[in-house]
Design a protein around this ligand. Structure first.
Ligand code: ZN
Ligand code: ZN
Length: 347
């Protein structure tokens, strides 16, 4: 085992980052050291760098979407062996807040997010809780396994848990990038119909149609609401997912709902949309639902679906960059270079 490793380090005071030599971390009780194979680059990583998300630590290793192999077990860890192929969950409950104390860990009031509250996976090694690991089925590649830890599981949580999409319900998805693409695929998997993808970019709309959307519309189209009405036989949407999180996408998605429809807010920004007149909100019986993340068991469910050929993620990895070129990967995502679904870092 080496004593030092290469790791990306983000400095909050200057909002700059560099790839540096740092000590290989030591797994504590209940923890496991994982040798990282791949780790995704997510918009929320960019949000920490550009200041949209407040920094929680003066310096932190970013990246919260990692796959790898178990390299070392901490004290008291059972059930895992060195060399096991694993996915790390991207967060851990605080175990101390009122919700954690009643064992409602998924609604922890002070959830500790990997790459924000503790060091993440843009490094040769990272530490995770043994209880948060998911075994990767033999026929699932490390690349696809990595993105199960956010880019696919957050959409799963949004579609299955928060949106509770039922067979035959109509669904709209605003923004069909890393998150929205997988919302389209999972909505298809649970039987939504029709599925309408809404995006500015014609190439992205074309891709959404190939991956399971029935219609793809331009959000700038003045006839957008008419087209959504027409596609749903005049009913409009049962469930709208805003994977962008801007004022315009959120309000458009809310406007497109049928009476009693659900808006699921997945994308995040610093913008402040409005729900309009409370009178209309009440009359329309619309529901606005905030969404974050997933439950650990969802990663295993998704790994099983990929392993059994029910969920095809073969198009989801748009590029892989070496850790030393992390700046290039971040820039590609920022500029939407090639309309990436997911860009991975390989330490
Ligand atoms: Zn993320
Ligand atoms: Zn808690």
């Amino acid at each position: 085992m080496p004593h030092t490793m290469r790791a990306q380090r983000f400095y909050s005071a200057t909002r700059t980052y560099a790839v540096e030599d740092v000590p290989v971390p030591e797994p504590g009780p209940g923890e496991v050291l994982v040798k990282v194979e791949f780790c995704g680059i997510c918009h929320s990583d960019l949000s920490l760098i550009n200041g949209t998300f407040p920094a929680q630590l003066p310096v932190v290793t970013q990246g919260h979407e990692a796959s790898g192999t178990v390299a070392k077990l901490g004290p008291d860890v059972t059930g895992w062996r060195e060399g096991d192929r694993v996915i790390l969950a991207a967060g851990k409950p605080c175990l101390d807040c009122p919700n954690c104390r009643r064992a409602d860990f998924s609604n922890c009031l002070r959830i500790r997010l990997m790459a924000f509250a503790y060091d993440g996976g843009w490094a040769e090694y990272t530490v995770g809780q043994a209880a948060s690991l998911t075994r990767i089925p033999d026929n699932v590649p490390f690349e696809q396994a990595a993105i199960l830890a956010d880019a696919v599981s957050t959409p799963f949580g949004a579609v299955v848990r928060t949106g509770k999409v039922a067979v035959g319900e109509s669904v709209g998805v605003w923004g069909v990038g890393g998150i929205g693409t997988h919302i389209v695929q999972l909505a298809r998997l649970v039987g939504a119909a029709p599925i309408i993808a809404i995006d500015l970019n014609p190439a992205v709309r074309g891709r959404a149609l190939e991956l399971g959307a029935d219609y793809a519309f331009d959000s700038r189209d003045e006839a957008l609401q008419d087209k959504i009405s027409e596609a749903t036989a005049g009913r409009k949407l049962d469930v709208a997912f805003d994977a962008v999180g801007l004022k315009v996408t959120f309000e458009q998605a809310l406007d497109s709902l049928t009476v009693g429809g659900r808006l699921v807010g997945v994308g995040m920004s610093a913008e402040t949309p409005t729900i309009g007149m409370t009178a209309m909100f009440g009359l329309s019986k619309k529901q606005v639902l905030g969404h974050l993340g997933y439950q650990n068991v969802d990663i295993e469910t998704l790994a099983n679906l990929v392993s059994r050929g029910r969920l095809d993620l073969s198009r989801s990895i748009s590029a892989v960059v070496p850790l030393e070129d992390i700046a290039h990967g971040i820039e590609m995502l920022e500029k939407q270079d090639g309309n990436p679904i997911r860009i991975l870092v390989r330490p």
